[in-house]
Design a protein around this ligand. Structure first.
Ligand code: NAD
Ligand code: FES
Length: 279
């Protein structure tokens, strides 16, 4: 059992939790994820790690209550326990593999959309700790849905944009990226994490601008170990499993339309049966 030490609502329907999980905290790196279960009968929920503290043996997760299981999770309070916290899963971000000297020569921009803002944080923090500067664009529908702003300000050059213009710049993240580019920010590397539709359109733009782009894919996952096939994607014409080959991929090679169609199919029983038959 894994004890929840802190549980807070960050904004409407988005919850942050700090969980005691020393072995995960000891080993995890930015870009990796966890699969948790609220109780023994619960469904598995894949969640990207928002932060970790090796000394305290804790990991931080951010979850949007969208389905039955995430609603159950969101009701838990400090002192409650999770049945399982499995991880770290997936490969760490490629940035962790590059030499710091090479990273310092690059102009890096992260695009963080909605709840996808949470998994960007450990990457920006890791770069800051290694003396590497980066820009982060946070995009949210409106002012109330901007999360983790104060923490980001301490680790990066932050640009916030809201779809309705209620805070920061006005418009979607693609507009902010284009504007920053036109203002003279010639980025060499982009990392986009957020809803698939956002990642698709960020990649379309960065392809035009010639910026290599990494995306973090979050398809449906079941086992998280490459066995069930649920998280299958097509990348550069090849079948990949987000849980073991990713979650990060070259965004210019991902078949987003297929990935989004698979997500839609999983929403109906008929669709789930169809996908199962294809696996
Ligand atoms: P949202 O719909 O509020 O979108 C966030 C931002 O993305 C918007 O403010 C906008 O700037 C940008 N965006 C959206 N559509 C766009 C488009 N067509 N073109 C350009 N930019 C666009 O986000 P949300 O409701 O917080 O997102 C929830 C989704 O994020 C869920 O589907 C969840 O699965 C996913 N998510 C992904 C990851 C990941 O690792 N990729 C992590 C957490 C959540
Ligand atoms: Fe089963 Fe990836 S979640 S193969």
């Amino acid at each position: 059992m894994f004890k929840i030490l802190e549980a807070n609502e960050l904004t409407t329907n988005i919850y942050q939790m700090i969980v005691e999980a020393p072995r995960v905290a000891e080993a995890c790196l930015p870009g990796q994820f966890l699969i948790i279960r609220v109780d023994e009968e619960g469904e598995r929920i894949p969640l990207t790690i928002c932060d970790y503290d090796r000394e305290k043996g804790t990991v931080e997760i951010v979850v949007q209550a969208i389905g039955a299981e995430t609603h159950l999770l969101s009701k838990l309070k400090a002192g409650d326990h999770l049945a399982d916290v499995v991880g770290p899963l997936g490969k760490p971000s490629d940035l962790c593999e590059e030499s710091i000297e090479d990273l310092k020569k690059k102009k890096i921009v992260f695009i963080a959309g909605g709840v996808g803002t949470a998994p960007v944080y450990p990457q920006a923090k890791w770069l800051k700790e290694h003396g590497v500067d980066c820009d982060v664009i946070i995009g949210a529908k409106n002012k109330d849905l901007v999360i983790l702003e104060d923490r980001f300000k301490k680790v990066c050059n932050l640009h916030v944009t809201t779809d309705d213009g209620s805070y920061g710049r006005s418009g979607m993240v693609t507009k902010a990226l284009q504007d920053l580019w036109d203002e003279g920010n010639k980025y060499d590397h982009c990392v986009a994490i957020g809803p698939m539709i956002m990642m698709k359109f960020v990649c379309k733009l960065t392809q035009e601008l010639g910026i290599p782009t990494v995306v973090s894919m979050n398809p449906i996952m079941v086992d998280g170990t490459g066995m069930c096939g649920a998280c299958r994607l097509t990348v550069d014409g090849q079948v990949k499993f987000a849980c073991v080959d990713g979650p990060e991929f070259d965004g210019h090679k991902v078949d987003f339309d297929q990935a989004m169609n698979r997500m839609k199919l999983y929403k109906t029983e008929e669709g789930r049966l169809l996908l199962k038959a294809q696996e």
